[in-house]
Design a protein around this ligand. Structure first.
Ligand code: ATP
Length: 341
């Protein structure tokens, strides 16, 4: 759905200044929820705004649904942009227009008739749960309700893509969860591709399928959310994963697990899916001389996929027996990493 190649954006050609986007390659599938995370100044907004050409790249290409954006003339670009909705951190609503008028705005721009506009407004208000608020003004709404109006307006012309620019950063945690649930619902019901930028790993974890981590205009790590959470590679990724406390096992190599401090073999085992709830560890060791002690553990779920991670010390038995326990766990499809060898 979105294919970005060799993208570069230099705002001002000052010698020694790092370009806002140094060189980005990105491929986002139709129907995917893709998150981009990074610290302030990493280049997330610039990248997002390049997708609909609110920002013109200095070089590189952006294909949306097979069409190269930078080659479109202004009329073609206008038509294409209708298929790319966008929502913003501060909602960007027209303060002197009602909720219904805000939603009607993009529909009027495409020349839709009054009757059709009213019908579409009703559909959109139902979708975002604002049926009761059509005639209110933005200053009579909560932050979450304002973002719902923003979402309804962005979806008015049936876009294929929704760009979300820190859409929940101005909201409290409870409202954030409600808006994220709405985005997930919209993605599932309408099949719309969502590209979001955020500096909060909780947002990525709640709704994204894949994530890219940005730093200084580059993507330093990318992958399926679960993989990136469970095995972060880059220092920036580890820092972001550390924001989500129950992932501390992955991000923080616990000092007590340093080589030599434990007599046995210390392993980290990672379960994903239904295996999370099976007694595989117990079943594997029960007929051997090996016993285990759980040093740390977590079980949770991500986008309704359960996962678990345990740090376990294996003791007793010969080394061959411990190796055989590890091999059996791996045969069961469990990821095993030995931490003290
Ligand atoms: N219009 C502009 N003119 C000049 N420099 C800009 C402009 N917009 C962004 N930059 C610079 O480009 C770099 C990337 O900024 P960008 O806003 O894309 O980062 P970000 O990751 O979205 O950060 P934030 O979360 O703070 O918005 C920064 O160094 C910023 O100062």
């Amino acid at each position: 759905m979105i294919h970005i190649e060799n993208l570069q954006k230099v705002y001002e050609d000052i010698p020694g200044r790092v370009p806002a986007i140094q060189q980005i390659h990105l491929h986002i599938d139709r129907g995917e929820i893709f998150g981009i995370i990074g610290h302030s100044g990493a280049g997330k907004s610039t990248l997002l705004r390049c997708v609909n050409l609110l920002e013109r790249p200095s070089s590189g290409s952006i294909h949306i649904d097979g069409e190269e954006m930078t080659k479109l003339d202004s009329r073609q670009l206008q038509t294409k942009r209708r298929k790319i909705g966008m929502i913003f951190q501060h909602f960007n609503l027209l303060s002197s227009s009602t909720v219904a008028e805000n939603i009607a705005f993009p529909l009027k721009l495409v020349g839709m008739g009054q009757v059709a506009i009213q019908a579409r407004i009703k559909e959109l208000l139902d979708l975002v749960g604002l049926q009761e608020h059509a005639h209110k003004y933005p200053n009579q709404l909560s932050g979450g309700q304002k973002q719902r109006v923003g979402i309804a307006r962005a979806l008015a012309n049936h876009p294929d893509i929704l760009l979300c620019d820190e859409a929940t950063s101005a909201l409290d945690p409870q409202t954030t969860n409600a808006i994220l649930a709405l985005l997930l619902d919209i993605n599932r019901k309408l099949g719309i591709t969502i590209l979001l930028i955020t500096h909060e790993m909780q947002v990525i974890r709640a709704i994204c399928d894949r994530v890219a981590v940005m730093e200084k205009g580059l993507i330093v790590e990318t992958g399926k959310v679960l993989d990136v959470f469970l095995k972060p590679q880059h220092a920036v990724t580890k820092e972001f994963v550390g924001q989500v406390s129950d992932f501390a096992l992955s991000s923080d190599r616990d000092p007590m697990l340093k080589q030599g401090e434990k007599e046995g073999t210390v392993i980290r085992i990672t379960y994903i899916g239904a295996k999370t709830y099976e007694p595989i560890l117990f079943e594997t060791v029960k007929s051997t001389n090996v016993s285990f002690a759980i040093l740390q553990g977590t079980i949770s779920s991500m986008k309704s996929v359960p996962y678990g991670q345990l740090i376990v010390e294996l003791t007793g038995g010969h080394q061959e027996e411990i190796d055989s326990v590890i091999a059996k766990l791996e045969q069961e499809g469990i990821d095993v990493e030995v931490l003290n060898q």
